[in-house]
Each structure stands twice: as C-alpha cells, then as structure tokens.
Design a protein around this ligand. Sequence first.
Ligand code: 13P
Length: 252
Amino acid sequence: MARKPFIAGNWKMNTTPAEAKALAEGVVGQLKGFAAADVALCPPFVCLETVRGAVQGSPVLLGAQNIHWEASGAYTGEVSAAMLKAVGCQVAIVGHSERRQFFGETDESVRKRLGAALAAGLQAIVCVGETLAEREGGQTKAVVERQVRAALQGLEPAAAERLTVAYEPVWAIGTGRVATPAQAQEVHAQIRGLLAERFGGGAAGAIRIQYGGSVKPDNAKELLGQPDIDGALVGGASLKAGDFVAIVKAAG
Ligand code: 13P
C-alpha cells in the first residue's frame, strides 16, 4: 500500500510570532507547487495564529506540540482540542520524549492526550522511542511495544485513519547522532506489526510512521527510502526554511 510521505516540523520552544511568520512564509513559498508529501508546521502555541495566516491557502498543515484531554477547566498551562481547532490546528503532536522526560508525561497521560486529539477530529502524531540506556540494555523492542500498546488502548479503529506514529529514539534527538536506516527500519517494522495486531493489516498498512532524531537534508533520503519509514518529525532542521524544504523534497 502506497503511503503519502508526511513531514512535520516540530519547532519546540523556538520562535517569537514574528520569527514564526517569517519561517512559515519561507517554507510555504519554497514548497509552492509541491504536492508529493504532506507537510505540517508545529510552532509554539503563541505562534499558531500567525503561522495560520502564513499557511492559509497552501496545503501546509498547522500543528500543535501538545494537547490536553479535557475540554476546559482548571488546568493551568494546558490547551484543549477545541482551542486548537479554533485557531486552525489540524494536527497535534502528543507524547514527545521531551514531554515524557522533563514534564512528567506518562504512558497514561499520552493515551489520554492522543484519544482527545483523535476524538476531536485532529490528526495526531504520537511519539515513542527508547533512551540510550534502554537501547544499550537491549530494551528497545520492549519499550517501544509498551509505549505503542499503551497509547493505542481504547482507540476506536476509525480513529486510526488520522493517526501517525513517530519513532524518535531519544539518543538521536538533537544530538546529531542519527539512527542508521537499518536501525530505524527495524523498529518501524516492529511498530507496523503492533499496529496490524491492533487495527488489522489493511489499516496498519495505511498508517504513516515517521522517523525523528537528527534528520537533516543530507541523511533524509536514505532514511525515507526504507520501506516502513513514511516521513519525518524534524526538530532542529525545521528551524531553517531551506533545510526543512530540502527534507520535504527528499520525501517526494
Ligand atoms: P532533532 O531533529 O532536533 O533531533 O529533533 C527531533 C525531534 O525531537 C522532533 O520532534
């Protein structure tokens, strides 16, 4: 089954609204006429409004970096699906390893965030991946299996249509130490198998699995050439329009 590549830029805690506008306009301008991959930009919450203006009228999707599972209420610092949709978001990232590492995110909270995003009709990118200690301890498969199973618990099969999984080995994030295509493909194939167990082979064959962790213009093509690598979740390189666009074009 042919899957359309999906490249998302996770800007993390970078850019003011003015910087975000310029970056998004650069990406949109350089991608004019390019339709071979789906593309999303995920700026900080405070930049969503200006980036929405920049991507309007283009195929580039607007994404958030996190989402809360409740509709509203006393949850200081959190943002709901309805709020994200109201500012034009079509995509939400959930369970990023930085959220898990630094902000107490658990398999259970990731499951709730993912469920809320999908129930609201958003596309969701759920992130999984092992730490360096877990890889060196031979735990990669077990960790990824636990994270994937926990995230998907209770999901309606129909929601799988809007699901993307991002495999982001923690040791490759922001380190310049990229997983080899073979290392990444091995885990992607494992994830595809878990998706097939959960949703059936047909649905699993349609779900995009992104790789994330030090994706750059010079390594993107080889990674994206692997049979189960259907896109990329790009951090650092997504902060330069030219680099991000080069990665997108490597997918198409
Ligand atoms: P880098 O591309 O900076 O390694 O970040 C990857 C990432 O965490 C994307 O979500």
